[in-house]
Design a protein around this ligand. Structure first.
Ligand code: ATP
Ligand code: MG
Length: 220
C-alpha cells in the first residue's frame, strides 16, 4: 500500500467487567468491527470497577469475581476470532479502574492508531458521571451500541461536547440480545443453564471453577 492510501489502524476498545463475558458483548464488538471497519478489537476486563464498589455498588454484598477468572473467560470467548485480543492493562494497574486510564495506556501502546471505545446504551447514559469524561472524548472516538431495555441517545451529551475538543461519537443499532452478566450469574447460582448466552468454553469454565455458586450455607 502506498503512503497516500495508508490510514491509521482502527482499534476498537471494549471495556467491561466481563463477569462473565457473554454473547451480547461479542455481538457488539463484532458488529461495530464490521460497521466501522476496525482492524482489531481489544477487550479490556476491568481491574476493580469503580461503579461496582462501595457506595456505587447496587448490591454492596456482591463481590466481583477475581480478575484472573474474568480475564481467562474473556480469552476463551475471543480466542477463535483473529481480530479479537484481550488486554491486561486494567487488571495490572493498581487501584480502582477508570476508563480514562485505560484509554491513556492504550494510546501509549498504539500511538499511531485511532481508538474507538465501544459502549452499550446503559453505560452511555451515565458517561458524564465518569471520572474525567472530557479527557475520554479527547482520547478516543466513541461508539454507542443499542441494548435491549435502554434508549440509545446522546441528547444529554451533545450540548456538553459542542464546547469541547472531542473526537467523534457514533450510534449503532446492533442485533438485540437481552443478555446481561447479572442474569448469567443468577442462572449459574440457581443451577439453571447459561448455554447459548455465553460461548461454550465459558459455560465449561464456569462449571470447572464453580463460579457464581452460592456458598453451601446459602443453598436451598
Ligand atoms: P453486569 O450485569 O454485571 O453489569 P453487563 O452484562 O452489563 O454485566 P458489563 O461487563 O457491565 O456487562 O458491560 C460491558 C459493556 O458491554 C458495557 O458497555 C455494556 O453496556 C455493554 N453490554 C453488555 N451487555 C450488552 C448487550 N446485551 N448488548 C449490548 N451491549 C452490551
Ligand atoms: Mg453492566
Amino acid at each position: 500500500m502506498s503512503s497516500e492510501t495508508a490510514r491509521p489502524r482502527r482499534i476498537g476498545v471494549m471495556g467491561g467487567t466481563f463477569d462473565p463475558i457473554h454473547n451480547g458483548h461479542l455481538v457488539a464488538a463484532s458488529e461495530v468491527a464490521d460497521r466501522v471497519k476496525l482492524d482489531q478489537v481489544i477487550f479490556v476486563p476491568t481491574g476493580r470497577p469503580w461503579q461496582k464498589e462501595g457506595e456505587h455498588a447496587s448490591d454492596p454484598s456482591r463481590m466481583v469475581s477475581p480478575a484472573e477468572h474474568r480475564y481467562l473467560m474473556t480469552v476463551v470467548a475471543t480466542a477463535s476470532n483473529p481480530r479479537f485480543t484481550v488486554s491486561r492493562v486494567d487488571i495490572e494497574r493498581e487501584g480502582v479502574t477508570y476508563t480514562v486510564d485505560t484509554l491513556r495506556d492504550l494510546r501509549d501502546a498504539f500511538p499511531d492508531d485511532e481508538l474507538y471505545f465501544i459502549t452499550g446504551a446503559d453505560a452511555l447514559e451515565t458517561i458524564l458521571t465518569w471520572h474525567d469524561w472530557e479527557g475520554l472524548f479527547e482520547l478516543a472516538n466513541f461508539i454507542g451500541v443499542s441494548r435491549p431495555g435502554y434508549e440509545l441517545n446522546v441528547k444529554h451529551l451533545t450540548e456538553h461536547l459542542a464546547t469541547k475538543p472531542a473526537r467523534s461519537l457514533q450510534l449503532i443499532e446492533i442485533p438485540a440480545l437481552a443478555i446481561s452478566s447479572t442474569d448469567c450469574r443468577d442462572r449459574a447460582a440457581a443451577g439453571r443453564p447459561v448455554w447459548y448466552l455465553v460461548p461454550d468454553g465459558v459455560v465449561q469454565y464456569i462449571a470447572k471453577h464453580g463460579l457464581y455458586r452460592k456458598e453451601p450455607s446459602e443453598r436451598v
